[in-house]
Design a protein. Structure first.
Length: 319
């Protein structure tokens, strides 16, 4: 069986008291659920907290010990402690390991620069949630593969029980001015509206997070990056919502349209007034709401499940 070594953070925001990171359930647990490979983890934050020094040598030693067929490393923007490209090259050459790197948050043209730093040392570059700008600015795109965010089906699945929450948004508004405005308006005019801060603000456990989405008739999402920077993202929350059978109401953007069809699989909105109008309409029109939610759920399971994600990735690198 394929052995995959994940190089990820164990804790959300590098803080043990914030709970397990999204990388753990998005990648490690989703692969475990597929039964396609064995998993091992090298936790970057755990190493840095304990030793307070670069981890490249420790990683090489660990790889020599466990001999992984694949390394799957996440390289998010804004951090200065990533593994060095030369370290990945050394591991690949000495062990024969295939290298897969995930680049989330590539929503500006300048993000192509951090991809180019690693390009020659990686077998497969996964663009996870922002695709348009970076693909326009990369001359060589051969190893770049746009892909969705995988989800663990143990947390995100459809239940047949009656949904008790009309509308919810489970996520942070800190550093997101546009979100804060929309959530404030919804909380004033939608009677049965729930907002929880998610992992950052509420330290919400992933099981409780999934339960809130499954119990929501309508779940909101926002596609603008932090501080409303340029570009858009198809957030992992998109797939959490549709896999849970809730109607996704998503801020209009080109990235989500890569995977889903507006008005068929989900509902788009462009401003706060339109958002409230559409919420009220779909709460009153149950059959139409359920039809669109069911279409999104069906497409997610047929095209964007955890197993399909990992089959797609492994096929790309010839495993």
């Amino acid at each position: 069986m394929i052995k995959v070594l994940f190089i990820i953070n164990k804790w959300a925001d590098f803080k043990p008291d914030h709970g397990i990171s999204n990388e753990q359930h998005n990648y490690v647990e989703s692969l475990k659920s597929s039964h396609l490979a064995e998993t091992e983890c090298f936790y970057v934050d755990e190493h840095l907290i304990k030793y307070n020094k670069p981890y490249d040598k420790a990683l090489i030693t660990y790889c020599e010990k466990i001999q992984p067929h694949v390394i799957y490393v996440t390289l998010p923007r804004g951090l200065n402690f990533h593994i060095q490209p030369e370290t990945l090259s050394r591991i690949s050459e000495s062990i024969g390991t295939k290298i897969i790197a995930v680049f989330p948050d590539t929503y500006t043209p300048n993000d192509s620069k951090r991809i180019l730093k690693y390009y020659d040392f990686i077998d497969l570059i996964l663009l996870q949630d922002s695709y348009t700008h970076v693909l326009q600015n990369l001359t060589n795109k051969k190893r770049c593969f746009p892909i969705w965010t995988p989800q663990n089906p143990d947390y995100f699945f459809k239940e047949n029980n009656k949904k008790e929450i009309d509308v919810s948004f489970i996520g942070s508004v800190f550093r997101y001015p546009e979100r804060k405005l929309a959530i404030t308006l919804c909380s004033r005019v939608i009677e049965n509206f729930i907002h929880r801060g998610g992992q950052d603000e509420d330290k919400l456990d992933i099981r409780d997070y999934g339960l809130l989405i499954r119990n929501s008739k309508i779940s909101l999402n926002f596609s603008k990056p932090v501080f409303d920077e340029q570009g858009f993202q198809c957030k992992g929350r998109v797939f959490e919502i549709i896999l849970s059978g809730s109607l996704l109401m998503e801020q209009k953007n080109i990235e989500t349209q890569r995977w889903l069809i507006p008005d068929k699989d989900y509902i788009e909105w462009q401003n706060e007034k339109q958002l409230v109008e559409k919420i009220k309409y779909y709460l009153q029109n149950t059959r139409e709401r359920q039809r669109i939610a069911n279409s999104g759920y069906k497409k997610a399971n047929e095209k964007y499940s955890a197993k399909i994600y990992w089959q797609t990735v492994f096929n790309y690198i010839g495993l």
